[in-house]
Design a protein around this ligand. Structure first.
Ligand code: NAP
Length: 392
């Protein structure tokens, strides 16, 4: 089979032939039909953690070819099932293969059944929707529309509440990012009433104020006073939960400025802030005393439940996070599907991912995205959409 392999010396991906992988007892062999690109795919090709020869890439959709011996019948998976999921790509120093290949193996509980959804749309969902779900339901502790191992007896003392029992206000910075396009939808699946506030370019306001995103209020992130505009839209009460889907430079500070500052009258409820990139990773550096609250950060990889070894730190295996992923994907499999991201189908296949897709995504950060050298229409900046390649 063909796969896109990391060339750690040239800091890029190259297509080579590899033997087809063999599924372990708990795994599925999947024929990949489409892949979707995430900023981390480009980042870890440009700044390699893994060794040359590692298969790159995270998000995929495809068809189950065969099942390992211990995949349970209750999985409702058979040869021919249409599925989507994500792998770690080259985002660690261990040697787990990624998804940008003609065939891959994946644990059965880390895929979801996509039904009739076209492969190119289904490929956009798994990584970013899980990232958003982890922020809303694990970090913010909003009640989830599904249960996982330890959520049967919820610990409600930390759940967000509003002082006046009105809707919970949620502000999403970078509302047109892939993560945010799922976060806004998922926020509407919590049983609590919520009111969505977001920042984006004006050109996306019409899309974002309509179904399925349904923002009540939007501000232009290029307007210098946008945090004050958000506060004014809350009648200066402030936001209960703020999710910075950019987390670069001063965006964490600006997002924190939208938050409700006071502790609730009933005691200890404070507003919460979540970020998509960590302070330790260097994309932003504002100290907690300036933010007023310590942002919560998590890497989506923890949802795979396995140890992830980065250059300087190790993510411990996390059984609860794995159970959360399995429950979330089981919920998606029931057809409570989220609307996938708008897609830009990129020309070519695996061979074009590094020279086109990775160039458009830069080296991971929004500020690193430079105008590409090619002037074709498909090389315009990524804006409110996901880059997708059809594999076979
Ligand atoms: N923690 C994790 O595990 C995890 C998981 C997934 C993603 N991430 C990170 O989350 C971030 C978002 O990823 P993504 O794939 O969702 O991004 P994306 O879809 O590629 O984001 C592109 C969008 O960002 C908007 N944008 C750029 N700068 C902005 C700013 N300063 N304020 C508001 N909007 C801005 C652009 O809007 P315009 O075109 O209109 O300017 C564009 O629509 C990335 O840094 C990624 O690495 C983290």
């Amino acid at each position: 089979m063909k796969a896109l392999l990391l060339d750690a010396t040239q800091r890029t991906g190259v297509v080579k032939s590899l033997p087809c992988p063999v599924p372990a007892p708990n795994e599925l062999l999947i024929q990949v039909k489409a892949i979707a690109l995430n900023p981390v795919d480009a980042l870890y090709a440009a700044e390699p953690l893994g060794k040359t020869g590692r298969v790159l890439g995270s998000d995929f959709s495809g068809i189950v070819v065969s099942l390992g011996s211990s995949v349970p019948e209750s999985s409702h998976l058979v040869a021919g099932s249409r599925v989507a999921g994500f792998l770690q790509g080259a985002s660690s120093i261990d040697d787990h293969p990624g998804a940008f290949a003609e065939f891959l193996v994946c644990p059965w509980d880390l895929v979801w059944r996509i039904g009739d959804l076209p492969f190119e749309l289904a490929a956009t969902v798994s990584l970013c929707a899980l990232t958003a779900a982890q922020a809303l339901f694990l970090r913010f502790r909003l009640p989830a529309p599904f249960t996982w191992c330890n959520s049967d007896v919820p610990d409600t003392k930390d759940e967000p509440r509003t002082q006046d029992h009105g809707p919970i206000s949620i502000f999403i910075n970078g509302a047109s990012t892939s993560v945010a396009l799922f976060a806004s939808q998922l926020a509407q699946h919590t049983p609590c009433p919520v009111r969505l506030f977001g920042s984006a370019s004006r050109k996306h306001f019409s899309m974002l104020s309509s179904a399925p995103y349904n923002y009540a209020h939007l501000v232009d992130y290029r307007s210098p006073g946008w945090p004050q505009q958000v506060l004014a839209l809350t009648e200066n009460r402030g936001i209960n939960l703020a999710y910075d889907c950019i987390s670069e430079g001063d965006t964490v500070l600006k997002t924190s400025m939208t938050l409700k500052k006071m502790v609730g009258v009933h005691g200890d409820r404070t507003a919460k802030l979540a970020v998509v990139r960590s302070r330790e990773g260097g994309a932003w550096s504002t100290p907690m005393k300036e933010l007023g609250v310590e942002p919560s950060y998590g890497a989506v990889w923890e949802g795979l439940g396995e140890e992830v070894i980065y250059a300087g730190m190790t993510l411990a295996p996390n059984a609860v996070s794995r159970a959360f992923t399995a429950a979330f994907y089981a919920w998606l499999s029931e057809g409570k599907e989220l609307v996938p991201n708008p897609v830009r189908i990129m020309p070519g296949g695996l061979a074009n991912v590094a020279e086109d897709g990775f160039v458009l995504l830069g080296s991971g950060g929004m500020n690193d995205r430079q105008a590409p050298a090619k002037d074709q229409e498909y090389m315009r900046p990524v804006s409110g959409e996901k880059l997708v390649y059809i594999i076979q």
